[in-house]
Design a protein around this ligand. Structure first.
Ligand code: MF3
Ligand code: CO
Length: 294
């Protein structure tokens, strides 16, 4: 067997280890390859630190909004509180003015049969409602994105089921996020769990790379797919499964251009985290603060 210190086989006269010894690709090589092949920006430690901060701010605002979401409160009031909390944290709400038509509010509030992108309005929350609050922040130029469900008082068995199934889908999907697995494994996990619990998985909207921009490569489908992209350290993306009690199809509100409702009017639920792939697994960047006063 050739040893690292033997002369190289190429005849250069140098030691093999200094010449044609096979070397592992450097972090920079991998980053270059991910950008070229998939359009994915693998984040540097400096970028990760900034995105982590943005995600913590986002999680903290979401936490406060969820605590405020009680019977009688309007989603418009939640939007107003969100603006105040963003100001206090030196954060900019990413949804405000985003897309076309420009999104009109600072958060998304999706009630009952609304799958996603519900617009805050003057309807007071009622006993039996389920509400998704989705917060996306820009802090010092970097992005965080997360959402949670709130149940108002006693809710129907069907609503509780979509709330619990969507949370479990997110948790199962996060668990398989580690080196050795690929993006398609996420959809596999989610579809299988949802089907077992008589729920459907929305395929018109996906999770996404995030951090330097609001929506980056890759797309993270929650449904069955064939995205053979290996997880790599420095990948940052959201997982945000939208789970329906009835059919998976959604219908876009043609008047506001944003609100998406289930085609059959049955309830829908969603939870979202921003996560980072690490050398040893993953880190959930948008975990709520542990000791926040309630
Ligand atoms: N988490 C949602 C997303 O990634 C937030 C949507 S904000 C909106 O799409 F402005 F696009 F509605
Ligand atoms: Co998102």
């Amino acid at each position: 067997m050739t040893h690292r210190n033997d002369p190289c086989w190429c005849g250069s006269g140098r030691k093999w280890k200094k010449c044609h010894y096979p070397k592992l690709p450097s972090t920079q090589d991998i980053a270059k390859q991910y950008l070229l092949q998939y359009g994915i920006i693998l984040k540097t430690p400096e970028q990760i630190a900034k995105i982590r901060t943005a995600c913590q701010v986002t999680a903290r605002i979401l936490d406060a909004l969820c605590k405020h979401a009680k019977k009688g409160v309007t989603t418009l009031e939640l939007d107003e509180l969100s603006r105040k909390l963003h100001k206090e944290a030196n954060a900019t709400p990413a949804p405000l003015g985003y897309g076309s038509p420009p999104y009109p509010k600072s958060i998304c509030t999706s009630l009952n049969e609304v799958i996603c992108h519900g617009i805050p309005d003057t309807r007071p929350l009622q006993e039996g409602d389920i509400l998704n609050i989705d917060v996306s922040c820009i802090v010092d130029g970097y992005f965080g994105d997360c959402s949670r469900m709130v149940m108002i008082g006693a809710v129907s068995e069907e609503k509780r089921r979509v709330v619990e199934v969507s949370l479990q889908c997110l948790n199962l999907a996060m668990e398989i996020c580690k080196i050795g697995n690929e993006v398609w494994h996420i959809g596999e996990e989610i579809e299988q769990y949802a089907a077992k619990h008589r729920c459907s998985v929305v395929n018109q909207f996906v999770g996404h790379g995030v951090g330097i921009a609001f929506h980056e490569s890759p797309e993270i489908p929650h449904h069955y797919n064939n995205l053979q992209i290996p997880f790599a350290p420095g990948m940052i993306f959201t997982i945000e499964p939208m789970i329906n009690a009835g059919v998976r199809e959604g219908v876009l509100d043609s008047k506001d251009g944003w609100t998406v409702r289930t085609k059959d009017g049955k309830p829908s639920a969603q939870w979202e985290h921003t996560i980072l792939i690490t050398e040893t697994g993953h880190e959930i960047l948008t975990l709520p603060p542990v000791n926040a006063p309630s």
